[in-house]
Write a protein that binds this ligand. Structure first.
Ligand code: AHG
Ligand code: MN
Ligand code: MN
Length: 336
């Protein structure tokens, strides 16, 4: 039987053989994985720990924070601030950036995260996760500020997510394809369970919150109508639908068996470009999906090429099986 490959060994080999990651980035990814392990333990406690329910506070997006949103945020900050690999961090749960305090050495990377994705699923025991994105500090920069974080997704040097579901699975890219690691709870370590993950180009499964249908733009309505028409419609095949309301879990399904995920702009809040956040949701997920052979757009252009204007910027998201994403993007350009 082939020996199990731990996350540590995978990263050492990516550094030594693949030449894909410098030592400091390897340390950073190890620390993020360790933090995800602690978040997984907190999630697993459920009603046996003081982790469920709301926290009597709001984040910068005006959303009520859950206790686990705050716990996960603190775990990630505490794990990452002292190792010397980071200059700063930014999170869905913090209005401004978090500069690594002076008492610790400053590193050359910037870390962004959605500490707990799928918060509405915490209390109902459905899969949730952590999403993260790593950028390099711009060169010759003295002192980190918000502007340093405002780089397009094509500048990411690592991206990943950890899904806390029936299994805890860490999914990672450093630009060398996508690898999946399952948490071995007896050993306390992540073990490589899939590499070179590929999303099929075609699919019969779509994911969208259908309750927003009346607010959609015409091209989205056209796409979903055609899926619903099934064999009798222009697509000539039946489609299936899934919506977990945790982006991590929906994306994980797509990486596993294909599919397309849509969270488009809609008329509920027309001034906002979408619901999901560009920097710590759409960019890392977009890169992971592209690295697995899929595509990710904001209905019109590649997500990774969007120049962000602010930290908590929102964006429309269509990602997954390439031919479906291309079709939805084409429906938008055709309707212009
Ligand atoms: P978060 O819990 O980090 O705020 O993100 C929730 C997001 C995303 O995970 C999911 O796809 C979407 O919100 C679900 O939105 P609806 O409740 O509008 O379906
Ligand atoms: Mn989220
Ligand atoms: Mn979140």
């Amino acid at each position: 039987m082939a020996p199990k490959i731990s996350l540590t060994r995978y990263l050492v080999e990516e550094q030594r053989i693949g030449g894909c990651i410098p030592a400091q980035l390897r340390l950073l990814l190890e620390v993020v994985a360790r933090a995800c392990k602690s978040i997984s333990l907190a999630v697993n406690k459920g009603d046996l720990g003081d982790v469920m329910g709301t926290a009597d506070s709001e984040n910068v997006q005006g959303e009520i924070q859950k206790k686990l949103d705050i716990i996960a945020n603190e775990v990630l900050i505490e794990a990452n601030e002292w190792g010397g690999h980071l200059a700063g961090m930014a999170s869905e749960e913090m209005e401004g950036i978090y500069v690594v305090p002076n008492r610790y050495p400053q590193g050359e990377y910037l870390l962004m995260f959605d500490p707990l994705d799928g918060s509405s699923n915490i209390d109902v025991n459905v899969s949730i996760g952590t999403i993260f994105s790593v950028l390099r500090m711009p060169e010759d920069d003295r002192g980190v500020d918000e502007g340093d974080f405002l780089q397009p997704g094509n500048q990411q040097v690592a991206a990943g997510y950890c899904v806390y579901g029936p299994q805890t699975t860490l999914v990672l890219t450093v630009g060398d394809g996508v690898a999946m690691f399952t948490l071995d709870r007896e050993q306390g370590s992540f073990v490589l369970t899939r590499k070179h993950v590929k999303i099929p180009e075609d699919t019969k499964e779509f994911a969208i919150n259908m309750s927003n249908m009346r607010h959609w733009d015409a091209p989205i309505k056209r796409y979903v109508d055609e899926c619903l028409a099934g064999k009798d419609g222009p697509r000539g095949k039946d489609f299936n639908m899934r919506w977990i309301a945790s982006m991590v879990a929906d994306v994980h399904r797509i990486l596993t068996r294909g599919g397309v995920f849509l969270y488009p702009w809609d008329k509920r809040e027309p001034e906002k470009p979408g619901k999901l956040r560009l920097m710590y949701e759409a960019n890392p997920m977009g890169w992971i999906v592209e690295q697995a052979g899929g595509a990710a757009t904001n209905c019109r252009q590649r997500i990774l090429d969007i120049q962000p204007g602010k930290l908590h910027e929102r964006v429309s998201v269509v990602l997954g099986s390439k031919n479906e994403v291309d079709r939805i993007t084409r429906y938008h350009t055709e309707s212009q």
